[in-house]
Design a protein around this ligand. Structure first.
Ligand SMILES: [Zn+2]
Length: 290
């Protein structure tokens, strides 16, 4: 880890990073990490970084000397977050924020089908947390925030679908957990590809105080509160994790976020097709009252 330590102290400023995990599972192909790997991440992070909740990180400024600040988040709401991730987080005394796809936790068949399609996995692998487990996690001090109702690509949503995925899903989640929901994570998370200004404006209008993307950048004080970058984690070695929190990827992340739609489509055509995401949600909830 000598190289890692050098990269921290050689930086021009203390970094702050947000990590985005999904599933912590021994076997699932789409997992972010096995419980064993997640344990090594937590061992390394707690030894080398200043771990804090996303909400504390966002409230900054935080006094930092040499250690980068890191917050951990989880998206979607897999049951392994409750079974495998939460106990490890508590063992290491590390806070975390969980962005829940409300329709997934609800086991809405249309939403389960979308996750099966996205993860190329059988229905038996799509196991969400229950609302009882969510409430227990909130009572244990974990932050519960919003990640739409159906995990649609918001870029392809019409106005009504955007209101449903952002505003309605916020109220629904608040109703389910009995707590205010002030944070939002854009599904898939890439600007110009997975959401546009219409979604950002709705996130603001719905009363969210912050929103997170998926990018390759550490976090800066000048970031738009509704466009906070997070690093996706997928089977990362400790060296890869160290690169992320040390700012190694920042230039690539700046390009990633700037990259206009026309250029992104040239570089990565399938990522810009509606079919890739299963289309906007058309199920019965769309017209439901709370
Ligand atoms: Zn997600």
């Amino acid at each position: 880890m000598g190289q890692t330590v050098r990269s921290f102290s050689g930086g021009s400023r203390p970094r702050a990073s947000v990590l985005c995990y999904h599933s912590i599972h021994p076997k699932l192909r789409f997992r972010s990490a096995s419980p064993e790997l997640f344990r090594t991440h937590l061992e390394w992070l707690t030894a080398n970084c200043d771990m804090m909740s996303l909400e504390t990180l966002l409230a900054g400024p935080v006094e930092r000397e040499e250690k980068p600040a890191v917050a951990i988040t989880f998206d979607d709401g897999h049951v392994d977050n409750y079974e495998n991730a939460a106990p490890l987080l508590e063992e290491f005394n590390v806070p975390a924020t969980f962005f829940l796809t409300a329709g997934y936790v609800d086991r809405d068949p249309d939403v389960i089908r979308r996750f099966q399609f996205l993860r190329r996995a059988p229905a038996t692998d799509m196991e969400p947390v229950t609302w009882t487990q969510v409430n227990e996690m909130a009572a244990r001090g974990f932050s519960i925030q919003a990640h739409t109702y159906s995990h649609a690509n918001l870029y392809y949503c019409n106005e009504k679908q955007l209101d449903f995925e952002i505003g309605w899903a916020k109220s629904y989640l608040e109703d389910k957990i009995g707590r205010p929901v002030t944070g939002f994570a854009y599904p898939f998370g890439r600007p110009h590809c997975h959401f546009d200004r219409r979604a950002i404006d709705r996130v603001r209008a719905a009363g969210f105080r912050y929103a997170t993307t998926v990018s390759f950048q550490t976090f800066g004080p000048k970031d738009d509160p509704l466009l906070r970058p997070r690093f996706s984690v997928k089977g990362d070695s400790l060296a890869e994790l160290a690169d992320k929190v040390s700012g190694y990827w920042d230039a690539a992340g700046a390009f990633h976020d700037w990259c206009p739609r026309w250029l992104g489509r040239l570089l990565h055509p399938t990522g810009y097709r509606n079919e890739t995401y299963g289309g906007p949600y058309q199920g019965p909830r769309l017209t439901a009252d709370l």
